[in-house]
Design a protein around this ligand. Structure first.
Ligand code: AMP
Length: 206
């Protein structure tokens, strides 16, 4: 099944093609139509499965529907365990968004580097934030961004988020989000703590 038959806009299908994605991977075929319909998603996925585009493409399409010329508010939050993954996911989102009429602004946030450039980068707001949890909370505390309008949450590599000790930060971030939102949850493994996190977050997930 080609990308075009999954319900994606021509600009996104084109961008996927530019990255060399002509045929959806299995997780993309299953996830993209469900996410476009607003469903919660539980993805059991390894790196290499194509999971990033599986959430990035339908997220970008959903954000286009609500795009406005007003102040940018964070409408999608992607939480990741490491700076490498933050950079990688952010770049995939930017590449896939290139041909959209109103490309969303993607902010990439991670710790271990100076906070000031990230604060500058958030001036004027951001539509999508890809972040590690600790630095995200630092930026919220500095009033550099607000999470009250997040309509789509992605937890990417949830098992590694817990392995790296982010459970407490994660709980603090989740408490800042509106209750009504779409939740997309990806993990390679499902030990009891990861399953409990998924159970608490997801409503009737695909
Ligand atoms: P991921 O699992 O998201 O880390 O993606 C693994 C790799 O597969 C990345 O290098 C992607 O660029 C590539 N990829 C993702 N989706 C496709 C696709 N539909 N066709 C070919 N390559 C893909």
């Amino acid at each position: 099944m080609p990308f075009a038959s999954l319900g994606l806009s021509p600009a996104l299908v084109y961008a996927a093609g530019q990255l060399g994605f002509s045929t959806p991977t299995p997780i993309q075929s299953e996830a993209i139509p469900a996410v476009l319909q607003g469903a919660d998603l539980l993805g059991a996925a390894q790196t290499g499965s194509g999971k990033t585009a599986a959430f990035a493409l339908p997220l970008l399409q959903q954000l286009q529907l609500g795009a406005t010329d007003g102040p940018r508010r964070v409408r999608a939050l992607v939480l990741v365990p490491t700076r490498e993954l933050a950079a990688q996911v952010g770049e995939v989102l930017r590449s896939l968004a290139q041909h959209l009429a109103q490309p969303p602004k993607v902010a990439i946030i991670f710790g271990g580097v100076s906070i000031n450039p990230q604060m500058m980068g958030l001036r004027g707001g951001a539509d999508i934030v890809v972040a590690t949890p600790g630095r995200l909370l630092d930026l919220v505390e500095h009033n550099a961004l607000r999470l009250g309008a997040v309509a789509h949450l992605v937890l990417d590599e949830a098992d590694r988020l817990l392995d790296l000790g982010f459970a407490e930060e994660l709980a603090r971030v989740l408490a800042l989000l509106p209750a009504r939102r779409q939740n997309l949850f990806f993990s390679a493994t499902f030990p009891a703590d990861v399953q409990a996190l998924a159970d608490g977050l997801l409503k009737s997930p695909v």
